[in-house]
Design a protein around this ligand. Structure first.
Ligand code: TYD
Length: 225
């Protein structure tokens, strides 16, 4: 199925949620589907996505930034984001590509804000400085009880991944994070959609696809008829 849509309009979709909810799997599934529909799709992740931001990722996830405190971590995540937006995301959107990003500014709001205690005004300033006008058109929040997500993340580690700075936090931390993402989704319901991630990978992928079609492609398909 190929869609006729305005070629110069890129769409920016972010995936958010706690540890082990399946963001990267679902992002890859949606990317594959959109490519089959004929779109150019750029997939990326945070922290990271550009050489400079990947250097900050290593520093942040190693835990070496943790003693500096949540405000410093928020500033470093934002510095990584600024480079990511400027060097990769904005240029891709400007040429009409769809950009799918594994985590974005909502992760800073949830991890460093709701959990880390950095106040919302400071985070809003950092966010504006980092992203400018490049805000997601749609944010998919994958929702799963924290203990299920942590169990999935642990089984993924059996494949060799190491536990990172945030995965090693206590279970309460992860339940609060889950609630923080749900609160963000509720307060920005125009932009965010919450999807129950406790179902099979195929069922979740179908739900994500249905939402994206409904939001962006239904009109294009009608116009093309
Ligand atoms: P990653 O290995 O990508 O984890 P996940 O598979 O859960 O997405 O590690 C990213 C970690 O960084 C994750 O624990 C969330 C955290 N993080 C923040 O604390 N603030 C942020 O702004 C971002 C983007 C990520």
């Amino acid at each position: 199925m190929t869609f006729q849509t305005t070629p110069e309009i890129g769409r920016f979709i972010t995936f958010e949620g706690g540890e082990g909810v399946g963001k990267s799997t679902q992002l890859a599934r949606l990317a594959e589907h959109l490519r089959e529909c004929g779109f150019e799709v750029v997939t990326t992740r945070e922290p990271g996505g550009t050489p400079k931001a990947e250097r900050l990722r290593n520093f942040l996830l190693s835990g070496r930034a943790a003693p500096l405190g949540p405000l410093a971590e928020a500033a470093l995540f934002s510095a990584a984001r600024a480079d990511h937006v400027e060097s990769l995301i904005a240029p891709a959107l400007n040429r009409g590509a769809w950009v799918l990003c594994d985590r974005f500014a909502d992760s800073t709001r949830a991890y460093q804000g709701a959990r880390g205690g950095v106040d919302a005004k400071t985070l809003a300033l950092l966010e504006r400085a980092a992203v400018g006008e490049t805000r997601p058109d749609l944010t998919i929040v994958l929702d799963l009880p924290a203990h299920e997500g942590l169990a999935r993340a642990a089984s993924r580690r059996d494949g060799g991944d190491e536990v990172d700075r945030f995965e090693s936090e206590k279970p309460d931390f992860h339940e609060e994070l889950r609630q923080a993402f749900l609160d963000i989704a509720e307060s920005e319901s125009e932009r965010c959609c919450v999807i129950d991630a406790a179902r099979s990978v195929d069922d979740v992928a179908r739900a994500v696809r249905a939402f994206v079609h409904d939001r962006f492609l239904a009109h294009a398909a009608q116009a093309a008829q």
